[in-house]
Design a protein around this ligand. Structure first.
Ligand SMILES: Cc1cc2nc3c(=O)[nH]c(=O)nc-3n(C[C@H](O)[C@H](O)[C@H](O)COP(=O)(O)OP(=O)(O)OC[C@H]3O[C@@H](n4cnc5c(N)ncnc54)[C@H](O)[C@@H]3O)c2cc1C
Ligand code: SF4
Length: 568
């Protein structure tokens, strides 16, 4: 009988760090390709459906009617700014005290530490990048050139879209390529009015229905995942009992588990990656047990780091050795630098006096979307790049709940409706800069023995100019389309609240100015791959998760081919 040693028992084909949006895809792809895969997750186990405690609760069953208490807000000044941190979903967020960090400059860091990560919490907007986005840094002279183009990732977008299920309309726009879509959701009548007016007024601006990860018409591949049609409950952040939206918990992780090749270890905090100088490669990871605080090592041929952008940077910076004293693969010294994010500070609201025979009811878990139109084909403003925007129009209703019997019944059956309100929020591209960076504290450690992370990240003049332009352009668009009572708002929120932090271990062509090559593979450590937001060379305007998922699937495909050739 072949008896395995303890180290052999802890040896796998691949290790995936983090089980969220990107990690779930890495696990699925490796396991489908027959690789024994260990998925290490610092948070607790959350099993689809079994661990969604609020999913079927009625509004009156929440002790605080869905709101946070004053104590919770006082204890969580950062996380309580996030719109989704509320009574029905708060158990999926990291509370402010749980993993403290230092804000050298204000940064609202929103995290979900559990199996599934933030894939349980996301708003499910899923737009592809276009070639115009990949051309950005080179054309406009910032960061470094992307080492990939749209055609490299196009088939992997399709691969992800078909499995995850993305609803959308084929709009035929060069700024926002169409994907392999399930049927689109519908715009409300006032959103359609805005769409038509904008089409008449501007050749280059478009209002479309958002592309989102919801099963509007599930296909066989979705039924095989045990998922069913989205019923428009719009209570997604509680976890969807039908698997109506895509999350790692409902989709990629159970799929990986079904192959028999996945070992999922929750409560396993990756401390660092072990580099073997003689072998000139990474051989495994050091893991702290979240309960016992014991350190255990696990080994594998290939390691995927998908712990969400900032934690991925922290793990790499903490992976020091004689060969890499400043962090794994960090000969260039840029690890942790060129952090960027999306600028979500600006919004606009307006009213429309009309369409009073129509109302908006039901729970469409989606909104309208206005793709970037500024500086698209050439530089035309006093700031670089541009912004996309969301667009929503609806009506609120209220009922008089006083009285009893017939009169109460009549009031309940005849709610009063407001005028149509409409609004847009800006989703701006920010320019990655060396000075926007995260660092590890040289001496202070958290309760798990991990160095405390410092954030030194801020907006710049380009962001301020972009906000001004958004206000001018959208005020003009709404007023020309017949809207009134137009109000603009700059929330002045800190970076981070957009929840799209990126960079720090960017992709690039030159090892002197980037950490990863065109396969998301470390230039300096060929068996380590980074495929989450940390790998992003620039940010564009689109919600980023679809791109992380596509990059991950593409990188696993490459890694497995390289493993078979014994190159890694
Ligand atoms: C309210 C909200 C709305 C959003 N809306 C959208 C949207 O509409 N569209 C979009 O594209 N994106 C959206 N996002 C962002 C999206 O959730 C993230 O882009 C995505 O989840 C990132 O994937 P990830 O795998 O990198 O990180 P995550 O999904 O966060 O997964 C990372 C995992 O790694 C684990 N981990 C971290 N450190 C360690 C460690 N040391 N050891 C082991 N495990 C570790 C974490 O616990 C976590 O489970 C939204 C996010 C939120 C919170
Ligand atoms: S809107 Fe769809 S995905 Fe969201 S909770 Fe409802 S059924 Fe589930």
């Amino acid at each position: 009988m072949n008896i395995l040693t303890n180290a052999e028992k802890r040896t796998y084909g691949a290790i995936v760090i983090g089980s969220g949006m990107a990690g779930g895809w890495a696990a699925k792809e490796f396991c489908e390709k027959g690789i024994k895969t260990l998925v290490l997750e610092r948070g607790r186990k959350v099993t689809h459906n079994e661990d969604y405690p609020t999913t079927l609760l009625n509004p009156w069953e929440f002790p605080h009617r869905g709101r946070l208490t004053n104590e919770e807000i006082a204890e969580n000044p950062i996380i309580s700014k996030c719109y989704a941190f509320r009574e029905d979903a708060k158990h999926f967020f990291v509370k402010d005290k749980e993993q403290p960090y230092v804000q050298d400059k204000p940064f609202d860091w929103i995290r979900g530490y559990q199996v599934g990560g933030k894939s349980l919490l996301w708003a499910r907007q899923t737009q592809r990048w276009s070639q115009l986005d990949f051309d950005g840094p080179e054309r406009d002279g910032f960061a470094v050139a992307w080492p990939i183009s749209y055609k490299d990732i196009d088939p992997w977008y399709s691969h992800v879209e078909k499995f995850a299920g993305i609803s959308g309309n084929k709009d035929g726009l060069d700024s926002l390529p169409d994907g392999d879509f399930l049927p689109p959701m519908e715009l409300t009548c006032v959103e359609k009015h805005f769409q038509q007016e904008i089409k008449k007024l501007y050749q280059d601006r478009h209002v479309i229905i958002g592309r989102c990860a919801h099963l509007t018409q599930p296909q066989d591949i979705h039924f095989q995942q045990g998922r069913a049609q989205c019923l428009g409950r719009n209570l997604c952040q509680r976890g969807c009992p039908y698997g109506g939206y895509f999350s790692a918990n409902s989709s990629t992780l159970p799929w990986a588990a079904k192959t028999g090749n996945m070992t999922l270890r929750p409560d396993s905090i990756v401390h660092s990656i072990i580099y073997d100088e003689k072998k000139a490669k990474a051989i495994g990871v050091r893991v702290i047990d979240a309960h016992t605080k014991e350190m255990v090592e696990y080994y594998a041929k290939v390691i995927f780091v998908t712990a969400a952008a900032m934690n991925t940077n922290a793990i790499l910076l903490n992976s020091t050795s004689n060969r890499f004293p400043n962090g794994l693969g960090n000969d260039s010294g840029i690890l942790g630098k060129y952090v960027a994010f999306h600028n979500y500070r600006a919004s606009i609201s307006a009213e429309y006096d009309g369409y009073l025979d129509f109302k908006s009811e039901g729970g469409r878990p989606n909104s309208g979307y206005i793709p970037r139109f500024r500086n698209l084909h050439k530089q035309e403003t006093n700031f670089l790049r541009g912004y996309a925007a969301g667009m929503n129009a609806g009506r609120s209703s209220s009922t008089n709940r006083e009285g009893l019997g017939e009169s109460l019944k009549n009031s309940l059956l005849n709610p009063k409706y407001t005028n149509w309100y409409a609004g847009s929020h800006m989703m701006g591209e920010t320019i990655p800069k060396e000075s926007n960076q995260i660092k590890l504290d040289p001496s202070k450690k958290d309760e798990n023995g991990l160095p405390i992370i410092h954030f030194d990240v801020s907006y710049d003049d380009n962001d301020e100019k972009m906000i001004k332009d958004f206000f001018e352009q959208f005020t003009e668009m709404y007023s020309k389309a017949g809207f009134t009572n137009i109000k603009t708002r700059d929330s002045h929120q800190a970076p981070g609240l957009d929840i799209h932090e990126m960079g720090g271990a960017r992709m690039g062509k030159d090892p002197k100015t980037s950490i990863l090559n065109k396969w998301n593979q470390m230039h300096m450590v060929k068996n380590v791959f980074v495929t989450d937001g940390a790998s992003m060379t620039s940010t564009s305007t689109q919600n980023p998760s679809l791109t992380y998922m596509a990059l991950t699937a593409r990188a696993v495909d490459y890694a497995v081919k390289e493993m078979k050739k014994r190159n890694i």
